[in-house]
Ligand binder design. Structure first.
Ligand SMILES: *[C@@H]1O[C@H](CO)[C@@H](O)[C@H](O)[C@H]1NC(C)=O
Ligand SMILES: *[C@@H]1O[C@H](CO)[C@@H](O)[C@H](O)[C@H]1NC(C)=O
Length: 451
């Protein structure tokens, strides 16, 4: 008998990643050798195959119950999430060993990168089927898929989401306010604190005022103030409020009869002062001025302009003239007697224009005749003979012919007439040479008064 032929095959494989080397040896015996030793019925010829985290499916020539009989072939498969390393199919050999080994190695996805302004949490770390959910920091919103899953092939589903700032900033304006205009003004100075803006994402914000600056003078009415704010991502927020300025006003003050008012500021606003002025020949009776008060009423009582009282019973011409100083102009008319034709003609013309003379603040003094039957008068009031004599001397007025002397408010002799004058001419002269600017304006306003 030839010696038994023993073929020894060394199968060697490297288990990837483990670094260990497994030598598996088996012998294939010739039919002649140890044939009786082979037992196809032994259910435990090889040891029971097992695979951690995997499944072994065996097919025995003798049926399913004989998992480890000689010749049984087993298919190795790993559970989900595991990769098979080694043989996927092994057989129970005559050497009582399996033809190979295998094991299941857990598969992992790569470590997910962190996203700016956000984070993620995973159900099972980076293992297969682990679901990672992304969330963003307050103020940021996710763009893209919220989750990524570690897929069976150890790759992540989807792409990394990003956290972007979509939250607008917040800004709150101060409350609207009402302010009363300052006394004597039509404006009010209003101030407020600049509103603070907040944003979940940004620290520094660009707050823009649209409207008038605080601390400045605001005009009457509603002034709208707006604030706008942008964050770094150009998200916008805005607010507005109203600064209302109220000008308190008194009823318009009526001017006095025979006088007028000059008012400060806007005439009848809170704090405005109105001064009373009386026309020439009229005197103020009452307060010089009134102030518009906060409660919209005028302080003090109305003032009247009353006719100037002329004392005709004075002893001297200068005492008489003093009463007219800076108040009235004088027209002194002189004639030799009451039947003088020039006088009579002038008298007719003057009487018709009494009102016009008054408008121009002119008082007429008549001097008639010669002593002892000489008369002097202002309207119905008779003057004393010393006064008449005084006037004639001061202004060199002759008793022997008709003449008129026009005196200004300072008592200066401004013009002389020796023939009767039509009232138009007389007024025209006064208007051109004696009235000041203000008097001329007021005369324009009241020109119709005499018609
Ligand atoms: C307005 O106020 C003044 C005091 O400031 C007072 O004397 C006057 O009576 C008030 N007038 C009215 C109408 O309330
Ligand atoms: C009046 O004066 C004139 C001179 O101007 C004279 O002729 C006349 O006689 C006088 N009449 C009277 C009544 O005195």
């Amino acid at each position: 008998m030839p010696p038994s032929r023993i073929v020894v095959v060394f199968t060697l494989f490297f288990t990837a990643g483990s670094g260990t080397t497994v030598y598996d040896t088996y012998s294939d015996f010739t039919e002649e050798d140890n044939t009786p030793q082979l037992d196809y019925k032994d259910p435990h010829w090889c040891h029971s195959p097992s695979l951690t985290n995997g499944e072994v499916t065996c097919h025995s020539p003798r049926g399913g119950a004989y998992r480890s009989t000689l010749g049984t072939r087993c298919e190795m498969s790993c559970d989900r999430g595991y990769r098979l390393l080694g043989r996927s199919s092994i057989q129970c050999l005559a050497s009582r060993r399996w033809s190979g080994t295998a094991y299941c190695r857990m598969m992992r996805c790569h470590v997910l990168a962190l996203i700016p302004h956000g984070r993620y949490t995973c159900t099972h770390g980076f293992m297969v089927d682990s679901r990672c959910e992304f969330t963003c920091d307050p103020g940021y919103r996710i763009e893209g898929e919220h989750t990524r899953t570690c897929q069976h092939g150890a790759s992540w589903s989807g792409v990394q989401p990003v956290c972007s700032d979509t939250d607008p900033p917040k800004i709150k304006c101060p409350p609207s306010r009402l302010k009363v205009a300052e006394p004597g003004k039509l404006t009010a100075r209003v101030t407020w604190d600049r509103p603070a803006a907040t944003d979940t994402a940004d620290k520094s914000l660009d707050v823009i005022l649209v409207g008038q600056q605080p601390g400045t003078d605001f005009n009457e009415g509603a002034n709208i103030i707006r604030y706008k704010v942008y964050d770094q991502a150009r998200n916008r927020a805005a607010c507005k409020f109203i600064v209302r300025v109220e000008v308190r006003r008194c009823p318009v003050l009526p001017p006095p009869l025979h006088g007028y008012l000059t008012c400060s500021s806007d005439g009848n606003n809170y704090g405005a002062t109105c001064e009373y002025h009386c026309d020439g020949g009229y005197e103020r009776r009452g307060v010089a001025s009134r102030v518009c008060q906060f409660n919209r009423s005028w302080g003090g009582r109305a003032t009247e302009c009353v006719s100037m009282e002329i004392k005709s019973d004075v002893k001297t011409a200068s005492a008489l003239l003093d009463q007219f100083y800076e108040k009235r102009r004088l027209l002194i008319m002189s004639a030799p007697n009451i039947s003088d034709s020039d006088y009579q003609l002038q008298n007719i013309m003057i009487q018709k224009s009494d009102c016009g003379l008054d408008l121009r603040h002119v008082t007429l003094i008549e001097l008639l005749g010669s002593p002892p039957r000489e008369t002097g008068r202002i309207k119905e009031s008779l003057l004393g003979s010393e006064v008449i004599e005084g006037l004639r001397q001061v202004f060199r007025i002759s008793r022997s012919y008709f003449s008129m002397v026009l005196l200004d408010k300072l008592g200066l002799d401004r013009e002389r007439f020796i023939t009767p004058m039509a009232s138009d001419e007389l007024f025209s002269y006064i208007d051109s040479f004696l009235l000041d600017e203000e008097e001329r304006e007021r005369l324009e306003l009241h020109r119709d008064f005499c018609d």
